[in-house]
Design a protein around this ligand. Structure first.
Ligand SMILES: *[C@@H]1O[C@H](CO)[C@@H](O)[C@H](O)[C@H]1NC(C)=O
Ligand SMILES: *[C@@H]1O[C@H](CO)[C@@H](O)[C@H](O)[C@H]1NC(C)=O
Ligand SMILES: *[C@@H]1O[C@H](CO)[C@@H](O)[C@H](O)[C@H]1NC(C)=O
Length: 427
């Protein structure tokens, strides 16, 4: 029995001593001691007003911003919005706080919930339509307390931002999209935002946008004067330039090809009305489909865009090609109506030779057909004194076609060169 007790006593003392050892170890490494929020507040918590910014010597509290842009996407011309994935860091110094005892490390992680009971900058995203805060696998934010009582609050956010876009020179346009952060309730007397002097903005180099290219990024100040006072505001500006490649291959080249296609009509015989009219009308329809397709992604703006001007000019060209045929047809048809006074019907008295009469009619018909279709003067067929009025009309019609063959391509080339010179500086 006594043996047992002695044994048990030994066990207890061993456990006790190890606990004491552990406690001692814990004391020496006291940075690992758990921290309560009240350890940070002044001795008299009444002295800490979380609604009042920590002004030092009456100076406005300076909050330093840093933004890391991890992604830009979903640029939507129709709703004039874009999405951005950012890390947003705010740093400020609160001298009213107490540091945890014997803080040895450079900074210490604090519970983010404590922010509710501390003073914090009340920044908000001015042009945000929606802000998504991610909570997987843990809420994506953290709070650091530095040795010099500086507090860093970092949060990862996905923002849907509005961006006013102007499509006057679409698709040669360059858009400036902003990300603005303003103070909600503190005027510049109390708090000012400033960009981090070392690294204000980091933009991921690998950002790829399907139709636009990020050509420039910079930070700026957008402090706003309201009737209630001046409110501090900072902004990130992304300069996005539209890539022309897509529009070159899906709009400009096909449209030019359709216009060129409509000129094929000038090389078709004036008599081939179905062919020439069909060609013109088909070109016109294809062009209007192209035009509609070129603005599928755009809001219906009231002003004329560059691409509209181009498309309209092309439509006018195709329309003019159709009208040219109208003119050719009129010139051709004018003298067609009184062709040559039809040979007077043979008097009924000579109706004996029916077959001879039929032959004569066939002869005239074949001659006329041959003349119409070949367009060659019928010098070989006989020695006429000169071209008949129908032949002269045909020559005139053909001349209109000949002039058009040169005039249309020339004018189109001139207009194209003018257009591309006008927008060369935006390419
Ligand atoms: C903090 O460190 C000081 C000396 O650096 C020491 O005197 C004091 O006891 C330490 N306080 C605690 C709670 O460990
Ligand atoms: C953002 O701007 C900085 C400085 O102007 C530049 O060095 C960097 O390459 C830009 N980043 C992108 C993705 O354009
Ligand atoms: C607000 O800003 C304007 C111009 O930046 C300045 O003239 C004015 O004094 C400021 N007002 C206050 C209350 O700071």
């Amino acid at each position: 029995m006594s043996m047992d007790e002695a044994h048990g006593g030994g066990m207890v003392s061993a456990i006790l001593s190890s606990v004491v050892l552990l406690l001692l170890l814990g004391r020496t490494a006291d940075a690992q001691r758990s921290l309560e929020f009240f350890d940070l507040l002044p001795e008299d918590p009444k002295l800490y007003d979380k609604m009042r910014p920590p002004k030092k010597d009456g100076q406005a509290t300076v909050v330093y911003f840093h933004v890391t842009v991890m992604g830009l996407d979903s640029i939507d011309e129709n709703s004039m919005t874009y999405a951005a994935d950012i890390f947003f860091a705010q740093t400020w110094k609160d001298n009213r706080l107490r540091l945890p005892e014997n803080m040895t490390s450079e900074y210490r992680l604090l519970e983010v919930d404590w922010l509710k009971n501390m003073w914090r900058p009340d920044s908000f995203f001015k042009n945000a339509k929606s802000v998504t805060f991610q909570t997987m696998t843990i809420p994506n934010h953290y709070l650091w307390l530095y040795k010099d009582k500086t507090i860093l609050y970092m949060v990862k956010l996905t923002l849907k931002l509005s961006c006013a876009m102007n499509f006057l020179i679409y698709p040669h346009d360059t858009q400036e999209c902003k990300l603005q952060m303003e103070s909600l309730s503190h005027t510049t007397d109390e708090m000012i935002f400033q960009w981090d002097p070392d690294v204000p903005l980091v933009v991921d180099e690998n950002i790829e946008l399907p139709q636009l290219q990020l050509v420039k990024n910079y930070t700026a100040d957008c402090t706003q004067v309201y009737s209630t006072g001046n409110f501090t505001c900072l902004e990130v500006v992304f300069v996005l330039k539209r890539r022309l490649g897509y529009y070159l291959f899906h709009t400009y080249v096909p449209t030019c090809l359709i216009v060129i296609m409509s000129w094929v009509s000038f090389w078709i015989k004036p008599e081939a009305a179905p062919a020439r009219v069909t060609l013109g009308v088909t070109s016109l329809l294809t062009l209007s489909t192209q035009h509609a397709k070129s603005q599928a992604s755009l809001p219906p703006v009231s002003y004329l865009k560059a691409v509209d001007a181009f498309m309209s000019v092309c439509t006018v060209f195709v329309f003019m090609a159709l009208m040219e045929y109208c003119l050719v047809n009129i010139v051709l048809g004018d003298s067609d109506t009184p062709p040559k006074p039809a040979p007077p019907p043979p008097p009924p008295s000579s109706s004996g030779t029916d077959s001879a009469k039929l032959d004569k009619i066939f002869d005239i018909a074949t001659k006329e057909n041959a003349m119409l279709l070949s367009g060659r003067s019928q010098k070989s067929s006989g020695p006429p004194p000169g071209p008949t009025p129908a032949q002269r009309a045909r020559m005139r019609a053909l001349n209109i076609d000949r002039v058009s063959r040169v005039f249309f391509p020339f004018l189109f080339a001139v207009l194209n060169v003018t257009y591309w010179i006008m927008f060369a500086e935006y390419i």
